[in-house]
Design a protein around this ligand. Structure first.
Ligand SMILES: [Zn+2]
Length: 382
């Protein structure tokens, strides 16, 4: 085996988080399938370890879904120069989960990174090329494909890098553009609501949306061949961070995680701390706001997490110089909308004011640098 001799390869078989084992392939590998993680390449969570934790704990898979994971953040000095580390995660003959019904004959290779924003460095390109060359020499697979070039996954925007640039590629240089998400999706091997939901496709979908669009569904008991309605779910507006394929418990947005933790501890909102901005997180923030309005100003609101006329009518304007939980709620809400107020320190100073101003301008509401009824309405109903 040539691949095993690559100096940048580390053998982590049997050492990553797992729960049981993947079954053996019963046919040989014909396809090498290239994936991305859609986690920023320099994040702590952009590693095989983190992906394994996510795939086991959240997706309920036996282990990380790929045979090889290339880690741009872990650069190794080799006799040939700097190389991104390649983690060898499972025996080649294990049928890991990464392309559903094609798992049987497909080898999964994941390059960590979010290449909508990250650029691919030479150390990573070299590792892709050398792994590819070794696998070809070893006779492992005949065809190279992106995730979205495999049956049933044309709507996935995976992978977002051009693996064709890394090695001597004979076919078309152009990656396949993702197709629109289908109305109905047929469950394939290893699919879970979470793997479908945090999807890297056009017009993303969240787990809550899928549950809503599929009344009576039991998320833990999906069967291969079962039809899942994307329905209205696919129209949900998605933040960039909602669309991770290999989101890990360590790789969701750290600040969103801290917001979720704070909401849980302070307001008992019972959120899953996953670092993803979804409708539940936003609703929990409305609950926090209602709680504070009741506590501090005796507004007597029903704490239901729904933004409505009553809550709007009781809003107290938050502006420069303010301190406390209302300011924190404003900062958190701005952050979730993509307007970073610096630190979420509950103090309304320059950074919060500037984030607020940018938000108001962007949304075309009165840019008065004060958070009143108009601003909170925009934050919680947009
Ligand atoms: Zn993929």
């Amino acid at each position: 085996m040539n691949f095993i001799k690559l100096p940048q390869l580390v053998d982590r078989r049997g050492k990553l988080k797992s729960k049981g084992t993947y079954s053996k392939r019963t046919t040989s590998i014909t396809h090498r399938v290239w994936h991305h993680s859609l986690t920023k390449k320099n994040l702590a969570g952009s590693t095989a370890e983190s992906f394994a934790v996510y795939h086991v704990n959240t997706l309920g898979w036996p282990g990380v879904g790929y045979t090889f994971i290339i880690e741009p953040k872990n650069v190794i000095n080799t006799p040939n120069g700097k190389r991104a580390r390649i983690v060898y995660a499972h025996d080649i003959d294990r049928r890991t989960y990464h392309v559903g019904n094609s798992n049987q004959f497909s080898l999964g290779i994941c390059v960590a990174g979010d290449y909508r924003y990250d650029t691919m460095d030479d150390a990573t390109l070299a590792s892709i090329a050398e792994l590819h060359t070794a696998l070809v020499k070893d006779g492992i697979g005949k065809f190279d494909k992106a995730h979205n070039e495999m049956p049933g996954y044309s709507w996935k925007a995976c992978c977002e890098y051009n693996y064709r640039d890394a090695f001597d590629w004979k076919g078309s240089k152009n990656p396949t553009k993702p197709a629109p998400a289908p109305d109905v999706y047929i469950i394939q091997e290893g699919d879970t609501l979470w793997s479908i939901a945090h999807k890297d496709g056009t017009g993303g979908v969240q787990v809550e949306d899928l549950i809503k669009a599929n009344p009576g569904i039991v998320p833990e008991k999906l069967k291969i061949g079962q039809k899942i309605n994307f329905g209205n779910a696919k129209d949900t507006i998605v933040q960039p961070d909602d669309t991770k394929e290999t989101g890990t418990s360590n790789s969701g947005d750290e600040i969103i995680k801290s917001i979720q933790k704070m909401l849980n501890s302070r307001y008992k909102t019972g959120l899953i701390v996953d670092g993803y901005n979804g409708p539940k997180t936003k609703s929990a923030l409305v609950m926090a706001l209602q709680t504070e309005l009741n506590k501090q100003f005796n507004k007597g609101l029903v704490v239901d997490g729904k933004w409505g006329a009553k809550t709007k009518a009781t809003i107290v304007t938050v502006q420069k110089g303010a301190k406390g939980n209302l300011t924190w709620i404003l900062q958190a809400a701005l952050y979730l909308e993509g307007f970073n107020p610096g630190s979420l320190d509950s103090i309304f100073e320059k950074d919060t004011e500037s984030a607020l101003y940018k938000f108001q301008k962007a949304r075309g509401i009165s840019a008065d640098k004060k958070a009143g009824k108009g601003t909170f309405t925009e934050l919680f109903t947009a």
